[in-house]
Design a protein around this ligand. Structure first.
Ligand SMILES: [Zn+2]
Length: 116
């Protein structure tokens, strides 16, 4: 990550790609380094965690930048910039964020595995 300050702006450059490695630390390709995330109405750009060493897809890592903007505007901006976006689902029964595995209610909406 490169950070510089101009007369008018703080400019932060975040690489779009990172190297993916197998379990022997041999490079096996490139994966996206960032992902846009919507979590309980909050918008952020997060680091991805490379999981090639165990043959899994990348995971969502820590927040790098947070944005105080309307969700629809954020989605449009991410689409225009071709940045992948993940929105955490909300359980339709208890209204809390669903992390990890979930199932669907009779209407096809996400619910926690243990919410009935
Ligand atoms: Zn629930």
């Amino acid at each position: 990550m490169k950070i510089k300050k101009t007369k008018e702006n703080l400019v932060i450059e975040i690489p779009l790609w990172q190297t993916e490695y197998d379990w022997t630390r041999k490079p096996i390709g490139k994966i996206e380094n960032i992902i846009a995330v919507i979590h309980e109405g909050k918008c952020s750009i997060n680091k991805t965690i490379e999981m090639g060493y165990c043959g899994k897809a990348p995971q969502i890592g820590k927040e790098l930048l947070t944005f105080d903007m309307d969700v629809e505007e954020f989605v449009e901006k991410c689409n225009n910039l071709s940045i992948n976006l993940y929105e955490y689902p909300t359980c339709k029964i208890c209204k809390k964020t669903v992390y990890g595995s979930y199932t669907f209610n009779n209407s096809g909406k996400p619910i926690h595995l243990d919410c009935k």
